[in-house]
Design a protein around this ligand. Structure first.
Ligand SMILES: [Zn+2]
Length: 366
């Protein structure tokens, strides 16, 4: 499968054409404008929440206050990842109709830096590799955990995978640390191969400077008012909590029962739009207060199919186009995967991990 940076050019025929027409009809200019306004208000609320949580951590005067502020910071930290940088790095935060607005998207996408990751590397790893080839072994970095886990049927199985549905959960806590480590490792690898000294220096400066700012925020500021050991324990706990949240939400949207996978080096036997549907899972479409609260928090990751089909549409519009996507999928007989709630999606992820870890003979009877 060729790696692409986004949806292919708009098609007029077949499933892709019907889908594009139906969604364009649902999302007129006024509806899109309103969805973007809601996204901007939401980003502002999350930005204030993030800053207030850091202030709370710094000013906390007892263990209970510290615990509450730390929990709030963990949730706000992940919310920036789910709701602000994700849309902006997909050029969805502002309508990318001009160079100026595309640049504005890139600037908001730098919010990735305040949560410790490198926006430039995210663009390649997430937008190019993951979105271009979801669930394709060897290309989609989200399904490659090396020998630690077997997430797809075409990956090699080791005997310890028998227990991966149990041991993988605590390992998700390392997601943020893995992203940070990977940023630096990629930088070192790239600097060895790049002949352009200026871009090498600029990449290294951005990566190092942003990590320094992040450590200053997470460790330096709280260390002004708290003993160092408290700050160290608190920072590690926050990184683990955020890593767990990011890992579980992102993985439960693709690595689940029913989602399809493709072999390394092969082209999925479906056209681009159809493959996005077959390899993604939506969850939490309900209208109950818990579903709505989770939807607000998860930043459209619960509407993963809509996100993969239309990554440049702000996530606040996904619930509007979900019924349209369902109807067109039904017309074309394309299986669309939806779980009623987040915990149902997590349970499906658990069962998928268990099935992938079993020896081939017992997998068939699962
Ligand atoms: Zn995305």
């Amino acid at each position: 499968m060729s790696i692409t940076t986004g949806p292919p050019p708009v098609q007029t025929g077949g499933f892709a054409g019907a889908l594009t027409r139906a969604v364009n009809q649902r999302l007129d200019a006024a509806t899109l404008r309103l969805a973007r306004r809601r996204l901007h208000v939401k980003a502002l609320i999350i930005g204030v929440w993030y800053i207030a949580s850091i202030a709370g951590v710094v000013l906390a005067s007892g263990w209970l206050e510290g615990l509450l502020a730390g929990t709030s910071l963990s949730l706000a930290f992940a919310a920036v990842g789910f709701n602000i940088q994700h849309d902006a790095n997909h050029n969805a935060f502002f309508a990318s109709s001009s160079k100026r607005l595309s640049r504005a998207n890139r600037i908001v996408g730098w919010s990735m830096f305040v949560i410790g990751a490198d926006a430039n590397r995210w663009l390649y790893r997430h937008n190019t590799l993951h979105h271009g080839s979801p669930n394709v072994v060897g290309t989609d970095s989200d399904i490659n955990l090396g020998p630690l886990a077997r997430l797809a049927p075409f990956q090699r199985r080791y005997f310890w995978h028998r227990y991966q549905h149990l041991y993988l959960w605590p390992l998700y806590c390392f997601t943020v640390l893995e992203i940070m480590f990977n940023d630096l490792a990629t930088l070192v690898g790239a600097s060895r191969h790049s002949r352009n000294a200026r871009s090498r220096l600029s990449d290294a400066s951005v990566a190092i400077l942003t990590k320094v700012v992040f450590v200053a925020l997470m460790v330096g500021l709280p260390a002004l008012t708290h003993p160092f050991w408290v700050v160290a324990v608190g920072s590690v706990a926050i990184m683990f909590a955020v890593g767990f949240l990011l890992g579980v939400v992102f993985q439960s949207a693709h690595i689940v029962e029913g989602a399809e996978f493709a072999e390394a080096g092969s082209r999925p036997p479906y056209q681009w739009h159809e493959w996005q549907v077959r390899s993604s899972l939506d969850f939490s479409h309900g209208s109950g207060p818990l579903s709505r609260l989770f939807r607000w928090y998860a930043g459209g990751l619960d509407h993963q199919t809509e996100h993969h089909l239309f990554p440049r549409v702000p996530h606040t519009a996904y619930p509007l186009i979900a019924p349209v996507v369902s109807a067109v999928c039904e017309d074309y007989g394309i299986p669309r995967h939806v779980q009623p709630s987040f915990h149902a999606a997590v349970a499906s992820h658990f069962r998928h991990l268990r099935a992938m870890g079993r020896p081939p003979s017992s997998t068939n009877s699962a």
